[in-house]
Write a protein that binds this ligand. Structure first.
Ligand SMILES: Nc1ncnc2c1ncn2[C@@H]1O[C@H](COP(=O)(O)OP(=O)(O)O)[C@@H](O)[C@H]1O
Ligand SMILES: [Mg+2]
Length: 262
């Protein structure tokens, strides 16, 4: 479904990604792991068109994503959540989900504000769908609350609902459980499985190894911008290079759960 071939990225003299190959099959829950600064978020920024790659090819269902604008890529069926949550805090949950969907359509706010019949009908459907997604994420009872009042775990679920509102086929999740407590993590694990079972494909960056190993059928490990291993959870857990670069030995500390970047 998603293929990265020999993808590289430089920021000036900084060579952040080298020859990255990645193949995410439809229906998978695929993990992308690795130390802080390895280039994981950059991979998402290239896929979603926020940044152009310096070399290589990225295709989605056979179609090249290079030189496409972010909203075009969204329309092809790729949605993401962000490492640093991005919500409209002064809007309600419902508005966050509806606006999330509208931002990627041809007519933006002006159309909404004009209130023309076609827009009104569209908005009604967008609201119905937003309620559905909020229900799915167990947030519909708060649909009219301000997003600002949500707990961290709820904000992450609202971001998911908003990403789903663009009707994607592929969901990119950047550290979905960062900042969540154990209970919230277990719940989100169930939700991500439920999302996949409804036919979505998921590519996620995550540091919580229990979460990654429990959910992902396939895992790619990025280290200093290079894929150093790719395989099933067992294979990755026992890979010497991965242990050395990232996982550590049994007696070492767990890898970091969250990263602090400005
Ligand atoms: N827009 C950018 N401009 C310059 N350097 C960047 C930019 N985005 C990321 N980097 C650098 O690229 C490297 C990889 O960052 P990132 O992809 O965020 O890593 P990860 O998500 O694996 O922690 C870091 O050294 C980071 O500072
Ligand atoms: Mg990152």
């Amino acid at each position: 479904m998603l293929e990265l071939t020999s993808v590289s990225k430089r920021f000036g003299g900084l060579h952040v990604l080298h020859d990255v190959n990645l193949s995410v099959p439809e229906g998978a829950i695929f993990g992308l792991i690795g130390p802080n600064g390895a280039g994981k978020t950059t991979v998402f920024n290239l896929i979603t068109g926020l940044l152009p790659p310096s070399g290589g090819e990225i295709t989605f269902n056979g179609e090249s994503l290079l030189r496409k604008r972010p909203h075009q890529i969204t329309r092809l069926g790729i949605a993401r959540t962000f490492q640093n949550i991005r919500l409209f805090k002064e809007m309600t949950l419902l508005e966050n989900v509806v606006v999330g969907a509208y931002r990627h359509m041809n007519y933006g706010f002006p159309g909404l504000l004009l209130g023309l019949p076609a827009f009104r009908e569209h908005e009604r459907r967008a609201r119905d769908r937003a309620h559905e997604l909020l229900t799915w994420m167990r947030l519909d009872h708060k649909a009219n609350d301000l997003a600002d009042n949500l707990s961290y775990g709820e904000q992450r679920r609202l971001e998911l609902a908003r990403a789903l509102a663009t009707e994607p086929r592929l969901l990119l999740l950047d550290e979905p459980v960062a900042g969540m407590n154990t209970g919230e993590r277990t719940e989100l694990m169930r939700e991500i499985l439920a999302i996949r079972d409804r036919g979505y494909t998921i590519l996620m960056i995550e540091h919580d190894m229990r979460f990654v190993m429990g959910l992902c059928e396939r895992i790619a490990v990025l280290n200093f911008g290079k894929i150093i291993a790719c395989g099933g959870p067992e294979e990755i857990r026992n890979n010497e290079q991965v242990i050395e670069a990232y996982l550590g030995r049994e007696d070492d500390d767990e890898p970091e759960q969250a990263e602090a970047r400005p």
